[in-house]
Design a protein around this ligand. Sequence first.
Ligand code: TRP
Ligand code: ZN
Length: 875
Amino acid sequence: MADIRQQDMTADAATNPQQPAVIYRKDYAPPGWYIPKVALEFMLGLSETKVTAHLTLQRNGDHDRPLALDVDNVLPDSIMQNGQPLTWREEGGQIIVDGAASGAVLTIYCTVQPDQNTTLMGLYASNAMLCTQCEAEGFRRIIPFVDRPDNLSVYTVRMQGDKAAFPVLLSNGELTESGDADGDQHYAVWHDPWPKPSYLFALVAGDLVANRDSFTTMSGKPVDLAIYTRSEEDSARTGHAMKALKDSMRWDEQVYGREYDLGVFNIVAVSDFNMGAMENKGLNVFNTRYILADQDTANDGDFDGVEGVVAHEYFHNWSGNRVTCRDWFQLSLKEGFTVFRDQSFSADMNSAPVKRIEDVRILRAAQFPEDAGPLAHPIRPDSYMEISNFYTATVYNKGAEIIRMMATLAGPDNFRKGTDLYFDRHDGEAATCEDFVVAIEQGAGLDLSQFRLWYSQAGTPQITTNLSFDADSGTVTLTLKQSLAPTPGQTEKKPMVIPLKTALIDADSGTKSHEDILVLDQAEQSFTFTGFTAKPVLSINRGFSAPVTVHSPSDPAALAHLVRHDDDSFARYEALQKLLTERILADVAGASDTAIADADLVALFGALLADERLEEAMRAELLTLPSENFVTEQQAVMQPLKVHAARQALRTLLGQTLADGWRAIYKRMASVPFALSGAAKGARRMKGLALAYLVAGGADDAAQLCYDQFAAADNMTDRQSALMSLASLDDPLREKALSAFYDRYQGNALVIDKWFSMQALSTHPDCMAHITALRGHPDFTLSNPNRVRALYGALAGNPAVFHDPSGQGYAMLTDMIIALDATNPQTAARFIPPLGRWQRYDDKRGGQMRAALERIRAVDGLSKDTTEQVVKSLG
Ligand code: TRP
Ligand code: ZN
């Protein structure tokens, strides 16, 4: 492995032998050889699987370059062509095969050890099940191959194994043959008629239980659906996923005119998985977390997560599989578009305004910090060392925002014309982001020349607004300025095209006028509006029409006016978030008098608590304080503990002064029976929030109230919201409830993950000690990514603990990253970004964080994944 890496180096990296080679987008060249046809044979075993690959070779163009196949962690036992052995040599992550002939069939024999594979990439074992994960570059861990997405092949897969160990044998496409084989073995042959890149290959073998259903497509073709899990118990929890699958299939027909294209659609749920799920053609593989859900074990967020991820992977069948990516720099072509599609689907299935707010919340929590830190990159990156590091909130979530802006600029009918053209023109091809933009331009009739900057410029545009009123002419002038700070490798930035949905709200009546989409495409621009007798209030970036930050002159009265009157749910939410953020920041700065007065804020909350027109989910969304991370992001020098204290104090104030209101709504919501309807989910959310405010307000019976809800709950949402509030209290009932929860769910990995997270996310004074102890709990293991995320994701997401002045939070995360990097580098590297923001903290904290990064960098044999993130974070 070390050899391969050394040879892989470009002049660039050669200056530092520790650093992996950099791959540049500008260097793209088509492959020298294609492999149009692949026949694979697997003799399955957990400790050893024998693979025979028959590859039909096709030289691409007129050249005499030898066949080069990508490899990682596996080397051929032998290579044959027309009955003759061929020689080969290793060279920089590839093998060079001598004498390979175009048109010939190359046969490669390999042996892999699935149960030794802790990376969860390639072929690996998870609880006696064999499964694969090939995106992005995992296929080369199974056999040497032209392992890049612009090499499309038709696959036939024969798999054979022990009947008892592997009663279920699955691969892509459709089953063409199956039967008994030697001894206690059996076999199955799968054929996928759709040419696909190797990253979409999948194979699963194990003792699995199927939940079966069927779907008839819009042209009347039947599709057999199955969701495979490891037990009858788990299988009983797949109903929600199955419903989501059928809803997604129908939705893609109705909204995008896209029909499913095989007679089978299989999903397998796996406990050990690096990411959420994978869209392998006809055989999606899922993290159990995004399949299993029932009333007793999943909360409402989990149910929504299942629905959204099932839809996401299903939608990839067109946006990703039928039209795939030319190279990994184009990742957002499939991921940004598919996130946009799954967001639109979930908005249609649930409350669209609430969904929009949630999506913006995720973008701001995960993507804005990325855009403002050392790992900032455009949605179409220009270079990478390890592509796994680019499955980011920028590529996914900001990518979705860029598609959304094109849809906004085009309007729904024209956008559909653009996507129709895209799918029709590029079906069966490996396309680029540029291909997508051209199709939208031509199909929708737009000029996106300047808009393309969204693909190349990193960073979040900052907009400032100024609204002036001229009484004589009755004219209102809105002046907008945009700026974009430098990001790594990009010092000069050009003005972007920014569609801003805007309206003016009468300062008295609250009536709206001049609703429009203003397109800001210069550094500074003014827009005028006539017919005013008084200065109105500006409502801008309604619906969050652009992924930007808007700075307006501080005006608490105007914001409060928007909270009361704006008819755009997002704008209303935004106004209140701004008021609350300013209030917390003013408190930290010791300047509370510059922000909204307590009495006014309480009155505003009181009005929202009493507003009968609000749906409960939206009420809860409005009344939830901005996160600590969001508030600290607004500071020049981040002060996590001060922000934590100020935010807690505000929760206490609101909890105390409105105690009667919280209690009344709590009682009202508690009487709503369990259902998965939007109304019932909203009620549970409001109930959990009211309870949290009562606890924050120091209600005498706080702990008992939590415990009673916990004990009486008939669903996980109520059980978890009660336990979450209780986990922060220093009360004997806390321990009682936590151990009852553990005892009840011991053996259910996904629920035990919650048990770890809740304790690590608490505001209990001993939280750090709790986390330290949980690391040594018998149920804690580094080999399961969900468990690692449950504990350490929560630690990194609990600012008051993570940024504890002792530096213990950083040290714990660092110890884990170093240990995990040795077995699962991909998951280890995903924990670097929280340490990477060191430049935004004071010297002491920043120094501790930097020292943590240095400690990781000094590790011998550190993976390419973690090295890239650490080196970039150190700057
Ligand atoms: N393509 C997958 C998705 O977005 C992402 C994914 C799943 C992935 N597993 C992975 C990416 C492993 C990198 C490595 O749906
Ligand atoms: Zn995806």
